[in-house]
Ligand binder design. Structure first.
Ligand code: HGY
Ligand code: MN
Ligand code: MN
Length: 387
C-alpha cells in the first residue's frame, strides 16, 4: 500500500489516501481477530484483545506512515508482527490474564508535518496541541485541517493520561535500520537505547538578482551559504563522532538564470552521546553565521523536532532478554514511538535483521524467515508479560 512504482519506494503520509488505506487494513485485521478498535484523541489506532479498561495492558505495535520513498518494513513490520504474534498465542491456546493492545501511532516519521513521532508526542504530552495543530505540510495544509478532513477532531488532541494509565508497558518490534544483526549473524535483537537526535530548519536569505549580469563581488547568494553549511555539517559530524544529514531543500524562486532569494533546508543530526550532538549543532550554527556574514546573506536556525537520549527500561529489557535467551542487545540512531513513550511508561524494542542494512529507502528488506522469527519472539515476549 502506498508504493510509488516509479521508485519502488513507499509514500504513506499521515491523513493521505495511502495511509488511509493502511488504517482501513489495520481495522479489518483487528476485526478479523475480534479485537475492538479505537482511534484515540490524537489519531493513533488501538486494537484491544481483552478488557481495554482493565488498566494493565501490554501494548505492542508501531506505525503505518513512511518517509518519502521509504521501505516496506519500517513501521508496518511491527504492526503485522503484532497481529501475527496474537495469532500464535491463540494457536497455542494462551489466555492472557491482562489485555494486549496493538497500536498504530500517527505521523511517526514526521514525513508530512515535520515533527517526528507526532502521535505519540501528543499522547504523552511531549508537544502542545496548539503547536501540533499549526504544523503545516509543504502545500501549507495544517495538521488540524488534515486531521479534520480525515474525520478527526483537532480541537480534541492533547495528552491522554487516562489512556496511558491503562497501559503497563509498550514493546515495539521494528526492522533493524543498520547492519549489526548481519554482522552478528542473529535474526532478532533487543533494544538498549536510542541516540539523542533532532531536526533543525535552516533559512538562508540573500538578494535575488540576474545570474549573468551580477558581478560575483556584488552578490548575496544564499545558495553559497547553504552549500558551505552542508559541507561544514559533514565535517563537524565526523570530528564529533556524530552523523549529520541534509536531505531536504527548497530554493526560491528556483530559476536557472536567477540568483536565489532564499534557500530553506533541514538538518538532521544525531550522536551516540548528547554532548557530541550539542557540539555539532553549536559549531555548525557558528560556522554558518560566519559564512553568511562573508556572503552578505542571513541564516536562521529553528529547532523543529528534538529527542533526548533514551535508555529503555532496564527491568523490562532484562525480562525480555531473559525470554529471548540468545538475542543480542543493540543501541540505535533511529527514533521510535517507543522512545517517546519511554518518558511516561516502561518501553522496549525488538529489532529484526535487515540483510541490506538500508532503511528509509526502497532497498530496505527483511527475509520472511527472519520476519517469522521476529513474530515468534514477540509472541514469546507477550506470553511472558501478559499470560
Ligand atoms: O528518523 C527516524 O529515526 C525514525 O525512522 N523516525
Ligand atoms: Mn523510519
Ligand atoms: Mn519506524
Amino acid at each position: 500500500m502506498g508504493r510509488f512504482d516509479a521508485t519502488g519506494g513507499y509514500r504513506r503520509f499521515v491523513y493521505t489516501a495511502a495511509e488511509r488505506e493502511c488504517r482501513d487494513w489495520f481495522t479489518q485485521e483487528a476485526r478479523r481477530r475480534d479485537l475492538s478498535v479505537e482511534a484515540d484523541r490524537n489519531g493513533n489506532l488501538w486494537a484491544w484483545w481483552g478488557d481495554r479498561t482493565a488498566g494493565d495492558a501490554i501494548a505492542t505495535g508501531s506505525h503505518l506512515d513512511s518517509v518519502p520513498d521509504g521501505g516496506a518494513f519500517d513501521g508496518p513490520l511491527g504492526i503485522v508482527s503484532a497481529f501475527a504474534a496474537i495469532d500464535l498465542l491463540r494457536e497455542a491456546g494462551d489466555q492472557p490474564r491482562r489485555p494486549i493492545a496493538v497500536a498504530a501511532f500517527a505521523e511517526e516519521e514526521g514525513g508530512r508535518f515535520g515533527v517526528a513521532c507526532l502521535g505519540s508526542r501528543l499522547l504523552s504530552g511531549a508537544i502542545t496541541p496548539e503547536r501540533a495543530r499549526g504544523l503545516t505540510d509543504d502545500s501549507g495544509v495544517t495538521f488540524a485541517e488534515a486531521m479534520a478532513a480525515a474525520g478527526g477532531d483537532p480541537e480534541g488532541i492533547g495528552a491522554d493520561d487516562k489512556l496511558l494509565s491503562r497501559v503497563a508497558c509498550y514493546v515495539e518490534l521494528h526492522i533493524e535500520q543498520g547492519r549489526a544483526l548481519i554482522d552478528m549473524d542473529a535474526p532478532v535483537a533487543v533494544g538498549r537505547a536510542i541516540w539523542p537526535h533532532g531536526r533543525w530548519r535552516m533559512d538562508f536569505t540573500g538578494r535575488a538578482d540576474h545570474a549573468g549580469t551580477t558581478r560575483l563581488d556584488d552578490r548575496a547568494d544564499p545558495m553559497l551559504t547553504y552549500a558551505n553549511t552542508v559541507l561544514a555539517a559533514r565535517k563537524k559530524a565526523r570530528l564529533a563522532d556524530a552523523v549529520a544529514t541534509v536531505g531536504r531543500v527548497f530554493c526560491e524562486p528556483n530559476g536557472t538564470n536567477a540568483i536565489p532569494s532564499a534557500v530553506r533546508a533541514w538538518l538532521d543530526a544525531r550522536a551516540p552521546r548528547p554532548e557530541s550532538l550539542d557540539q555539532v549543532v553549536a559549531e555548525l550554527k557558528r560556522a554558518t553565521e560566519t559564512r553568511a556574514a562573508k556572503d552578505g546573506t542571513h541564516v536562521a536556525f529553528t529547532e523543529e523536532s528534538f529527542s533526548s537520549e533514551v535508555v529503555f527500561d532496564a527491568a523490562l529489557r532484562d525480562r525480555i532478554s531473559g525470554t529471548l535467551h540468545s538475542a543480542p542487545v543493540l543501541g540505535t540512531g533511529a527514533g521510535h514511538d517507543a522512545g517517546v513513550l519511554a518518558s511516561r511508561i516502561p518501553t522496549a524494542m525488538l529489532f529484526v535483521r535487515n540483510p541490506t542494512g538500508i532503511s528509509h529507502a526502497p532497498d530496505e528488506h527483511a527475509e520472511l524467515d527472519d520476519c517469522l522469527t521476529g513474530a515468534q519472539a514477540l509472541a514469546e515476549v507477550l506470553r511472558e508479560l501478559a499470560c
